[in-house]
Design a protein around this ligand. Structure first.
Ligand code: MG
Length: 157
């Protein structure tokens, strides 16, 4: 049985925070604001997995107002989503994702991000696709005020 899930997330860019995308530290003058480490890509992938399982979203398992999750590594969120999937006999088949960021240029980090996602999920890198778009200068993302990510996953059991 196959199931498909989609995930989306957006976080504000602010000074004085790290920019983490897919578990990779990306040098930039701003970073993503959030209760956890604000890794927008890992949140989108985690939501896609939960979506494929019809299990709501990561806020169900990691409420943003819960102090114990403050500054938490988002790889923990992704691993929780994968363990919920495994409990139901599902494993991840592939991930395709899009990061929308006006700056910085992300193409040179694709390999690192794919390797990081591979390390967290156990998927072979050839089953993980990462690409980035600017927002053509439009709206908040285009003004460099936020970064968003979309992810689609296939799950199988
Ligand atoms: Mg988020």
């Amino acid at each position: 049985m196959n199931r498909v899930g989609i995930g989306y997330d957006i976080h504000r860019l602010v000074e004085g925070r790290r920019l983490l995308l897919g578990g990779v530290d990306i040098p930039h003058e701003k970073g993503l604001l959030g209760h956890s480490d604000a890794d927008v890509l890992l949140h989108a992938v985690s939501d896609a997995i939960l979506g494929a399982l019809s299990h709501g979203d990561i806020g169900v398992y990691f409420p943003p107002d819960d102090e114990k999750y403050k500054d938490m590594q988002s790889s923990i969120i992704l691993k929780k989503a994968l363990s919920l999937a495994a409990q139901e006999g599902f494993h991840l088949v592939n991930i395709d994702c899009v990061i929308i960021a006006q700056k910085p240029v992300l193409s040179k980090y694709y390999k690192q991000i794919i390797d990081s996602l591979s390390g967290i999920t156990g998927l072979l890198p050839s089953f993980i696709s990462v690409k980035a778009k600017t927002n053509e200068g439009l709206d908040a993302i285009g003004r460099g005020e936020a970064i968003a990510a979309y992810a689609v996953v296939m799950m199988n059991k």
